[in-house]
Design a protein around this ligand. Structure first.
Ligand SMILES: Nc1ncnc2c1ncn2[C@@H]1O[C@H](COP(=O)(O)OP(=O)(O)OP(=O)(O)O)[C@@H](O)[C@H]1O
Ligand SMILES: CCCC(=O)O
Length: 356
């Protein structure tokens, strides 16, 4: 009998779920949450019952009983920094997430939802490669202010999964390659992978790196501080300006690159400038990610939803093709990566790590 693994990936506007038999997909479904539905909740954590109800509706429709599951695995959220791997969900983790102890992010709901589904049936619940996977080189942590240390927060699950899949496709081991992986989604993170570690990456939630559909990216710190003080902007609003209401949303009132491209095609010059600027900032981050390996980059991989855009990936190739060959692997394989992480533990190939 195959292992039956339920995977849960909560995003800001959707919850993706999938059922896997061992690592083979049985079904995957994207549950969209309208902005009106989401707006009813004061915080992300308050959404857990609403999202759980939606998941249970799909499970009932598909005749999946929680008692039949071998494991439930959720995307891992903002927790303490940790090494890459599969972690058993425990009370300490749930407590940190429920109290947003390390920040608020839709991925925080992954472990909470997995735990709620798994607990009554006593099956194991896990997270895999959470957004706080931290393999930064010591030099990458230092900033010009001693009280401010850089943190590793990025699309670790998809970046690692895509990099490993690509390495396999060229018959190389992941840890033998120097790769730059640019995850181009609602947020954008660009990581330098060397010897199996992501030794530098922009913290996409904290005003670092390119701007993206919803993230501000790097902005002049002095000007930002001045406007916060002058306009008396509160802490929550500052976070929103950096992540959620930054980037394309701030400039163009949309987080949809397809819509942006439609406007550009229709001759909208302002939109064209912002779109071109976003691509330019991504290209600069990719070039910067070549520094940790002294330019000895084997491949650059473009992934995430925006990598479906041929126009955008062509422009990026033009900018950064001088560094290394560019491969486009659009979309994300996060549900599959979650199932594979749980499967490795269920089969004993890897031991589940403990969150302390
Ligand atoms: N064919 C396409 N062409 C251009 N852009 C696209 C295409 N398909 C999706 N996108 C864009 O991809 C973005 C969403 O990407 P993705 O689904 O990876 O993000 P997410 O999961 O919401 O957020 P994140 O990746 O930060 O977790 C949106 O801006 C969407 O418009
Ligand atoms: C995955 C963390 C970064 C982001 O959401 O932009």
């Amino acid at each position: 009998m195959p292992y039956k693994i339920l995977t849960i990936n909560p995003g800001s506007t959707s919850t993706k779920i999938g059922l896997y038999h061992d690592t083979d997909e049985v079904f995957a479904q994207n549950i969209s949450h309208s902005s009106e539905d989401i707006a009813k909740f004061a915080s992300i954590i308050d959404q857990f019952e609403y999202r759980l109800e939606k998941i249970n509706e799909i499970l009932a429709e598909k005749n999946v009983a929680a008692t039949d599951l071998s494991a439930v695995v959720g995307r891992g959220g903002l927790l303490k920094p940790m090494v890459s791997g599969t972690y058993q969900i425990n009370e300490t983790m749930i407590d940190d997430l429920k109290n947003s102890r390390y920040g608020a992010h839709a991925s925080n709901l992954g472990a909470i939802l997995a735990d709620l589904i798994a607990k009554p049936t006593d099956c194991p619940a896990y997270i895999v490669d959470p957004v706080v996977v931290d393999e930064l080189a010591p030099v990458a942590r230092i900033t010009g202010r001693p009280e401010i240390t850089r943190r590793s927060i990025f699309h670790a699950l998809n970046q690692k999964a895509v990099a490993k899949r690509f390495a396999k496709s060229i018959n190389r081991s992941y840890d033998s390659l120097n790769l730059i992986v640019a995850h181009l989604g609602g947020g954008i993170s660009v990581g330098c992978h060397t010897m199996g570690d992501v030794v530098d990456v922009n913290n996409a939630l904290d005003g670092e790196g390119p701007f993206s559909p919803e993230r501000a990216g790097t902005i002049p710190a002095g000007q930002f501080a001045e406007s916060i003080l002058n306009e008396k902007i509160d802490c929550r609003s500052v976070s929103k300006m950096l992540a959620g209401k930054g980037g394309l949303v701030a400039h163009l009132d949309t987080n949809d690159v397809r819509e942006v491209e439609r406007r550009v095609a229709a001759g909208d010059k302002k939109t064209e400038l912002i779109y071109e600027a976003m691509i330019y900032t991504v290209a600069k981050s990719i070039a910067a990610a070549a520094v940790p390996v002294c330019g000895k980059v084997d491949y650059i991989i473009l992934t995430g939803g925006i990598a479906y855009s041929e126009k955008l990936t062509a422009k990026l190739k033009e900018y950064v093709g001088f560094i290394a060959p560019v491969t486009v692997l659009p979309g994300e394989n996060e549900l599959q990566a979650l199932a594979e992480g749980a499967y490795r533990v269920l089969t004993g190939e890897e031991a589940a790590k403990e969150y302390k």
